[in-house]
Design a protein around this ligand. Structure first.
Ligand code: OGA
Ligand code: NI
Length: 365
């Protein structure tokens, strides 16, 4: 019985994948019920009704204007440090990227996903080897239940991307976005490093912003948003993530065992700490679970996420808490891990638990 049903599921997944229509195509077709393979078990579904009764809390908002002025610098370092420790998530405003660039980037990703099937389906592929993929659910064949989103993904570094591989409709914007988001990521990393008491330029020297992926997600209208997810609960594996989104809400962050809606600040960027940074900071900064609820608005939710991670591993390819941060009072709470372990963690699961962090924890704080 089980074998038959799992066979059917795989067949359905393949049919959907090979049709290349994506969730956007399903949504546009006007279906009123979603295919079974998108349905999540009730225990992992959010209670959509409760979101309106949630306390009016938001992740910290940090104003980066005057970040280089001696009068403001230390205050901003303290704010970022506090946010990364207690929330793992924050928004930055006055980050220096003009609103017009934010808008153009969102519009370009939206325009990509809204192209007619004949044009867009040509890009549909999961083969990561050339640097650009476009598909529905990056983990379609690995996750237990599919999610209501499609994603265009481009590896922007450490090796420069052959930009001709980017769809023409958003090529210029993705390239420009990478430059802008990288600047913000580097600024934030510098402040995070300073918050740990590290030498200036340490994270840059350690190549923490050099491996990077831009992912343009679309969360189309979902006719049964209480049965599926936009993205299931997960933590991001890398150093930091920079997220730009349109004004449709849906991102939720776990804080003190409760799920809180992120209310995007106008002109702001959402930043979060990844597993790698939690480990190298010896648990000082937190990589926090987050998820996206399925979109119940007619207007699609668009997010552009850039993941930053290191390009240069130590020695034969391992990493662990930074020695500068360790002392007799603050011993390492994680053991070193290898590149292999990091990648296995990344690819073995669907987007689910913090398995790498659990695996390498040697003592609890
Ligand atoms: C992710 C992610 C959130 C969003 O891609 O890892 O958490 O709002 N995305 O798209
Ligand atoms: Ni994420």
């Amino acid at each position: 019985m089980a074998a038959t049903s799992s066979y059917d599921r795989l067949k359905e997944l393949k049919e959907f994948d090979e049709s290349k229509i994506g969730v956007k195509g399903l949504s546009d077709s006007g279906i009123k019920t979603i295919p079974d393979f998108f349905k999540h078990p009730p225990q992992t579904l959010p209670d959509l009704k409760s979101k309106f009764s949630q306390a009016n809390t938001n992740i910290p908002i940090i104003d980066l204007s005057n970040v280089n002025s001696p009068d403001h610098h230390q205050k901003i370092v303290n704010q970022i440090k506090e946010a990364a420790k207690s929330w793992g998530f924050f928004q930055v405003i006055n980050h220096g990227i003009p609103i017009s660039v934010l808008d153009e980037t969102i519009q370009a990703i939206k325009a990509f996903h809204e192209q007619p099937y004949e044009i867009k389906s040509k890009y549909y592929n999961r083969d990561e080897s050339n640097g650009v993929t476009y598909a529905s659910n990056n983990d379609l064949y690995r996750s237990e239940a599919a999610c209501w989103l499609d994603s265009l993904k481009a590896q922007m570094g450490p090796k420069p991307l052959d930009i001709e591989l980017l769809p023409e409709i958003c090529r210029k914007e993705v390239v420009e976005w990478d430059l802008s988001a990288t600047k913000v990521a580097e600024t934030v990393m510098e402040l995070l490093g300073e918050g740990l008491g590290l030498e200036p330029g340490k994270f840059k020297e350690l190549t923490f912003s050099q491996t990077k992926y831009v992912v343009g997600h679309i969360y189309p209208y979902c006719p049964q948003p209480d049965l599926t997810m936009g993205i299931t609960s997960h933590t991001d594996p890398g150093v930091v993530t920079v997220l730009l989104q349109n004004q449709i809400q849906g991102l939720q962050v776990k804080h003190e065992d409760r799920w809180l809606e992120v209310k995007p600040a106008l002109g702001g960027l959402i930043i979060n700490v990844g597993d790698f940074l939690q480990i190298v900071s010896n648990g000082e900064y937190k990589s926090v679970e987050h998820r996206v609820v399925a979109n119940s608005c007619k207007e699609p939710r668009i997010s552009i996420v850039e993941f930053f991670n290191l390009s240069k591993w130590k020695g034969d390819g391992y990493y662990g808490p930074l020695p500068e941060l360790l002392s007799a009072e603050k011993p390492a709470i994680y053991r070193n891990f290898t590149t292999q372990e990091f990648l296995e963690n990344f690819y073995s699961k669907g987007l689910d638990s913090k398995s790498l962090i659990q695996k390498i924890t040697i003592r609890h704080e």
